[in-house]
Design a binder for this molecule. Structure first.
Ligand code: PGA
Length: 250
């Protein structure tokens, strides 16, 4: 697996939107698993623009989000429900019946996790999973140490993750737990696309691409996946040496 390196964030985001759009053209009823965070914002903007300009339709596709904070109602401003509505679902023609975000306020979180995993299975499985990467190498909210065979479950957030995400909570305590799809759930996807931008991701990217495959670096698990692409901007690739290629499409 040779990561593809693009000059900057905008170009990386356009390339990511291209991958999603071409999957959608090839299979309009495709199943996507998609991330939140700052990294995919440019991709979502690109997809919304294609919907508006070119009529790219998402209406037959199914979407599963990777994670949600535990204990947050769906209308909390820092919830991923709100993020997704504002940045993507509310800006394109998705069918609300085909959109899934884990319910962080479910009275029985364990049952919610089981139901979420079942819904993924019933959908026929994920065609394309798009991921960001945490500074500690996490994918979804699978923090270092997450078992490679894990499924959707309640997880405890790493302190570093809580610190990074604290800015979204404006003075409130950031949640300590979340619901996250599992490592195995991600690995079962037919194709995986990981996006990384910025120098603060360079170490995690280098560990994932060139270090040992280890549960201590969750993203390293992707090296065992038969159809994975890493799409990086130059800063995120800056610790990789020459193991990356400029240009080749994912
Ligand atoms: P970010 O988060 O896109 O906000 O950097 C990525 C992640 O933590 O997975």
């Amino acid at each position: 697996m040779r990561p593809r390196v693009l000059p900057d964030y905008e170009t990386m985001s356009t390339a990511a939107a291209d991958v999603v759009a071409s999957k959608l053209r090839e299979k309009p009823h495709a199943v996507f698993m998609i991330p939140t965070g700052t990294t995919p914002l440019g991709m979502y903007r690109g997809l919304a623009a294609r919907h508006e300009r070119e009529g790219l339709s998402f209406a037959r596709a199914t979407f599963f989000n990777l994670d949600e904070y535990l204990g947050l109602p769906p209308d909390h401003p820092a919830s991923y429900h709100v993020y997704m509505q504002e940045n993507f679902y509310g800006r394109v023609d998705v069918d609300p019946e085909r959109v899934h975000v884990p319910d962080g306020s479910a009275p029985d979180p364990e049952a919610e996790c089981e139901q979420y995993e079942r819904a993924i299975r019933v959908s026929g499985g994920v065609d394309l999973c798009v991921l960001g990467i945490g500074r500690n190498g996490h994918i979804g909210f699978n923090e270092p140490g997450a078992p490679f065979d894990s499924r959707t479950r309640v997880v405890r957030l790493a302190e570093t993750t809580r610190r990074v995400n604290a800015t979204d909570f404006e003075g409130e305590r950031a949640p300590e737990r979340a619901i996250s799809v599992g490592m195995r759930t991600i690995s079962d996807s037919r194709k995986v696309l990981l996006l990384a931008s910025g120098a603060n991701k360079a170490r995690a990217v280098a560990a994932a691409v060139g270090g040992e495959v280890s549960e201590e670096v969750p993203a390293s698990a992707l090296r065992r996946h038969p159809n994975v692409s890493f799409l990086l901007d130059r800063d995120a690739a800056s610790a990789l040496g020459d193991s990356a290629s400029e240009g080749e499409p994912p």
